[in-house]
Design a protein around this ligand. Sequence first.
Ligand code: NDP
Ligand code: HSE
Length: 435
Amino acid sequence: MTDDRRLRVALLGAGSVGSQVAALLLRHGDELADRAGARLDLVGVAVRDLDAPRDTDIPRELLTTDAETLLVGSDIVIELMGGIEPARTRLLQALNAGADVVTGNKALLATHGPELFEAADQVGASVHYEAAVAGAIPIIRPLRDSLAGDRVQRILAIVNGTTNYILDRMDLEGADYADVLADAQRLGYAEADPTADVEGYDAAQKAAILASLAFHTTVPLDAVHREGITQVDAALIESARAAGYVVKLLAVCERRTDEGREAISVRVHPALVRRTHPLASVHGANNAVFVQAEAAGDLMFYGAGAGGVQTASAVLGDVVSAARRHIAGGVGVGESTRANLPLLPIGRATTRYQITLEVDDRPGVLATVAGILADGNVSIATVEQRIIPGDGTARARLVIGTHIALEQDLGDTVERLASSGVVDRVASVLRMEGD
Ligand code: NDP
Ligand code: HSE
């Protein structure tokens, strides 16, 4: 029934993900044809080097280094090259020619998404990108379609497998950051240059994409506050453990009322997560997206956030969706950005904080600290004093948990504490999320 309907599929890139997509397209042709309503003919695979080793067997005659010519006449273009150029130019070409596109390229979407969506709108085509956030985990379609009738309030997400792997091993083994990073590089979890992962750039791109979808608002990458995990050390992990928390690199996308108007806050940073929270049980390189919606309540999406064949699953789901639209006709579903909510700077974010101070253990210190917090509009929820053993002087570590405070107030207060004369050292300030 589907054999008379054929769609031309061009694949750009045959690396970790693209090679698996090619193999699955060729291996499961009959099943995919049944589901898509048309036979999906892989007409070619663009690569840089025809002779480079591949993870799967791709017929040599399909390989080409001429991506531009390959696109011509294609119904669906799958982009798995990565990077901004030439991916951006090739996708615009494909869209302008009326093809639907499928991409896993979060860097491109986070920086040039609106340009691609606009090009798709002009011709009634669509841009599919399930693989761009959290690899194999279905989260783009749930946010775009399944929750389209609800109001998302908050997303807390572990969207970078490398940093979750590092923090998880530090937590489980009490190991040092540098040792675990070196191990992660040896095992292939982390790149030789780990900056994109450990400094939070990769997670920030994914946060921008998630927040744009969840809040129907274009969220530019430079509106996402970003902090990485390079300052997280074994002592901090141990102190979190002692307080019943685990440290996770979180993408936080939040709707809140700020000075009487609805606005959104999007940020990536290490955070304390209570050990009983579902996100605390996300181990190794796995990802999870915890969504809080007004009507649906709490939802969690969990699984492999990367990996060639795992990510290929998300790509092929998009290819089938794109094929169905081609067969059914009509215009593709565009991005919904009409809410156009204002984006808050990090100073206007609100959350709870854990402040750890090293102080002399003498009368009046706690009262002075409490006074500075009160003056700064930061309300104390918990205080714990731990004696610092062994150096002969009476010194203590004060671990203060706050109620919800404004980031700007908290920052000013910590500065006043640091220069107050009663605090030897501000050992750490961590946001507490998900309570
Ligand atoms: P790879 O680096 O493994 O593969 C990139 C492929 O693109 C290679 O086959 C390369 O050719 C080809 N390529 C690069 N530049 C060009 C060019 N100018 N012209 C033609 N071909 C080109 O990337 P991945 O498969 O890991 O990732 C692909 C995309 O998927 C990225 O956007 C990534 O962010 C995203 N993604 C990846 C995940 C993963 O687990 N790897 C998870 C989720 C998303 P050649 O082989 O000849 O060098
Ligand atoms: N470097 C990413 C990670 C791969 O560690 O999760 C998927 O984007």
